[in-house]
Design a protein around this ligand. Structure first.
Ligand code: FEO
Ligand code: CA
Ligand code: CA
Length: 649
């Protein structure tokens, strides 16, 4: 059932109709509780009958300046910025006197993923009732913080070398507290969303927060360290890139470029640890780093704790409805530089997660849980991600592809290739995928699944050095990136995400139509506006009407601001993007996130002013405060339509 794009709404099956048809086809409603309905249909529930899916906003022009811009008729307001108070007793932000204790109570640096979890107006509700309420005016905002930009976080630093020379224990403590996750309660009492101070949900999770190691690698000898001989508990999460909200109302946060916080001098490790040396090299851990955490915390030097890096690079699951719940690292989902996880859950079936490994030449993965999704029981779903099977994607040039099972003892994943057990497959997922001949890709970032068609969209940011031609990309090198469309077998709305094969095509090949040689020409779905082109797609999100929103990271290199572009994926206007939001210079746009009613869009503006020569003391923009006494501050922006309508039209 293809959704036709038309202004004649009466001729178009409403998204709610589509969702209902899909749900009834799967006999989903029989016996399913409200949690299940919310879980599987997600934001579709809020789509009103006979709504048009046409994008009606007037595109903004390309721009590159000190502030942000949003389409005419919309307002973009800063909701939470680095240093704002999160937990009770948070001190006022003082960027010239940063401490670990202060930062551990404040909103972190370089916000990336944003997830919204509804809160029922009935305060006695439990997590399942809160989640099922679909309340679009009161919720928990789950935001992660990827890394710290040393020159912009601290005064007096002009280079990485200066940053290393000037490091102190307290500065490192502030940095370690500035990454991880901020959980805040927000409410719209009539004047737009504001932070609810003193919330019992408010929480900071950072690089020193204890978390459980779960799944097949829990307790494995390659997870054991001097601080944790049992290999069952790790301090902290870091390098949190994108993430997800699960259909049972938890947050997933993806550990990506954790390697920068470690050092490994290969000469310091005995030959018996050759596997760890090779693994460290594959992950990019080097003998030196711009970061200084290892000087004050021996676990970040592999000479002291050779297995510590194996405890990072995972998907972490957090229950924001329970501030006392310990975060859980989900080793069954593999260890690599995770971007995000797109979850598919259908009643009585295993859950599926699509995941990208954001590095040039790395792979796309799929996880299928061992146990089945139970829409009537949140408790039954809380550990679905603890056990399951990992697959890697292999694309063929004829537009087909296969999911290759990554099981110890099968195919090349055997002792002869230094794979002894399931934990080896998961810890060395990159090596295992290469042994299986998965297709190397152009930095797989977000994967997202259309709630209407079930097609999978994967953002590939770029691959600047590749010369050889590969499937799943038409260009090499590929500096602009592209968006891949993957079709599991079946019809729109009823696709088989559990099958071992799929077909694929290139949805958009990004770039400036007026630049580059013929080999570098972009490909869109039709004639685009002058500002319709973008570069380096990173995060993706579907709005409740099933339209795709694309956030970019890297467009400054091509003379335009990073920002948000919206596009429809079916019918008229397919693959013709429209520019909606532009970041201030130096910033990337991250984490687009809609409330269930589609009337509020949150977006993270990460690393404003991150440009050559730009520093805390002399930044290229002081967004968002424009106060000479304050540095630029990464922040979450909240966007609404001035007439109160759905964002995008
Ligand atoms: Fe942290 Fe893949 O972007
Ligand atoms: Ca990203
Ligand atoms: Ca990025």
């Amino acid at each position: 059932m293809a959704l036709k794009e038309t202004d004649k709404a009466a001729e178009t099956p409403s998204l709610l109709d589509v969702a209902r048809a899909r749900l009834s086809r799967r006999q989903f409603l029989s016996g399913a509780g409200t949690l299940g309905l919310a879980a599987a249909a997600g934001p579709l529930l809020s789509a009103c009958a006979n709504e048009s899916t046409a994008l009606t906003f007037e595109p903004i022009a390309h721009v590159l300046d000190e502030t942000h811009h949003v389409a005419r008729g919309y307002s973009a307001r800063v909701l939470a910025r680095w240093g704002d108070g999160v937990t009770a007793g948070a001190p006022p932000f003082d960027p010239r006197d940063q401490t670990g204790a202060a930062q551990a109570a404040q909103f972190g640096f370089n916000c990336d993923f944003i997830g919204y979890l509804p809160l029922s107006d009935d305060a006695s509700s439990g997590p399942a009732a809160h989640f099922a309420s679909n309340n679009s005016r009161h919720g928990i905002l789950c935001v992660n913080h990827e890394y710290v930009s040393l020159r912009l976080m601290h005064p007096g630093l002009a280079s990485s070398a200066e940053a290393a020379a000037a490091a102190t224990a307290e500065r490192v403590a502030a940095e370690m507290a500035a990454v991880g996750v901020s959980i805040i309660e927000i409410a719209d009492r009539g004047n737009g969303f504001e932070i609810v101070n003193g919330s019992s949900f408010a929480r900071r999770i950072h690089a020193s927060t204890p978390m459980a190691i779960t799944g097949p690698a829990r307790g494995h000898k390659r997870m054991q360290t001097p601080d944790d001989p049992a290999g069952e508990t790790v301090l902290g999460t870091m390098a949190n890139c994108s993430g997800a909200i699960t259909p049972w109302g938890t947050m997933l946060t993806a550990e990506e470029n954790f390697h920068v916080n470690f050092i490994c001098d290969p000469a310091s490790l005995p030959d018996a640890l050759a596997a760890e040396k090779a693994n460290a090299a594959r992950m990019g851990i080097e003998a030196d780093t711009r970061m200084s955490w290892h000087r004050y915390h021996p676990r970040f030097d592999m000479e002291n704790a050779p297995m510590e890096p194996n405890r990072f690079g995972w998907i972490v699951e957090i229950d924001p409805y329970d501030p006392a719940a310990m975060p859980k690292k989900r080793t069954a989902m593999g260890r690599f530089k995770h971007e995000n996880a797109a979850i598919i859950a259908e009643p009585g079936k295993p859950v599926v997660a699509y995941m990208g490994d954001d590095e040039a030449g790395e792979f796309l993965y799929r996880f299928i849980s061992k146990s089945n999704f139970d829409p009537a029981s949140r408790a039954a779903n809380m550990d679905l991600l603890e056990d399951g099977t990992l697959y890697c994607a292999q694309f063929a040039k004829d537009g087909t592809g296969r999911w290759l099972k990554m099981a110890a003892g099968e195919g090349p994943l055997v002792p002869a290739n230094r794979i002894q057990d399931a934990a080896d497959v998961l810890i060395d997922a990159r090596r295992a995928a290469r042994l299986l001949e998965a297709t190397p890709m152009d930095r797989p970032e977000d994967a997202e699944v259309s709630p209407v068609t079930g097609k999978i969209y994967v953002a590939l940011t770029s691959h600047n050095s590749r010369r050889e031609k590969i499937p799943a990309s038409s260009r090499g090198p590929n500096p602009y990136g592209h968006i891949l469309e993957i079709l599991p077998p079946g019809e729109d709305g009823g696709r088989d995400h559990w099958a071992d094969h799929f077909t694929w095509n290139l949805f958009i090949e990004a770039g400036d139509p007026s630049a580059g040689d013929d080999a570098m020409k972009p490909a869109y779905g039709g004639v685009i506006d002058p500002s319709g082109w973008f570069a380096n797609p990173d995060n993706l999100a579907f709005d409740p009407k099933g339209r795709l929103w694309i956030a970019t990271d890297g467009a400054n290199d091509f003379g335009i601001a990073d920002g948000l572009w919206a596009v429809v994926t079916e019918g008229e206007g397919r693959a013709v993007p429209r520019a909606f939001f532009a970041c201030p210079r130096g910033a990337e746009a991250c984490g687009p996130c809609f409330t269930p009613d589609g009337r509020t869009l949150f977006v993270a503006v990460q690393h404003p002013a991150d440009e050559t020569g730009s520093t805390f003391d002399n930044p290229s923009t002081r967004w968002p405060d424009f106060d000479p006494a304050l540095p630029p501050r990464p922040a979450v922006v909240v966007i609404t339509k001035d007439d109160g309508g759905a964002v995008g039209g």
